[in-house]
Write a protein of this length. Sequence first.
Length: 262
Amino acid sequence: DTQGTMPSTFTTVFQAFLLLTLLSLTESSCTWSWFGQNPSWKGPPVVEQVSLFSVRVSWAGLLVKPECADKIRVKYWKSLSPNDWKISSKSCCTVDTISYLVDNLDKYINYTYQVIAVELKTLRSSDYNRSPATKFKTSRDIKSISADSSIPEPSPSTSHPLQARLGPQGGEEGDPVEGKDVHSQNFIEKHFMLVIIGSVVGGIIILVLVISTIVSLRIRRKKSEDTTPLTQLSPSQSQHTKKADDTAPLSQVEKKALSLIL
């Protein structure tokens, strides 16, 4: 029975793995994103002063693999208050957007700005691929620009390939909590679907092995009980058999042999 159920069980495991894989591929913008094809950034965003209370953040030519991202968000905070951060709305910027106006700032205060390429994954999860950060503060000595002026191209000094480093964390849905190991955060974020699939398949395999072991032990125990030798008798049964042999009646031949001897 176990030989018949084991192949079907492993077939079920394989079908579950295939289903989860197809879900991950259909719901991700970048088909192979959980194999390392994530969007990244060549450098930090460009920040320009529009007024003493507002700046324009732009990232023209800085996003690598834009086809792997679903939307862009801009995160900023006072450099001396990293936990008191703000972020643009979910619908503010598409992948084709290359700038964002941040207003209601405190003048003459250093702010840190960061651009995030968001990947929407299965199970309501998201990957946040952050750019390096840029610090900027408004000043009367800086010439202000118009919010509609042309977007500057990144300079060679800021366009060299860089891995996105994390800014202050915490609070944003899907964002890791501050204080955790950065490398483990990056791995979990970039391979979230792979971790989920591996956990599900691993749990099913362990469950199958446990059930198979229990069934196998029960079958062996039943077989050992059914194949007990018939000659194994208890002492009381052996004595009863011996007494029966001693009291058995003599046959005619035995009687004639005894009469000749006597």
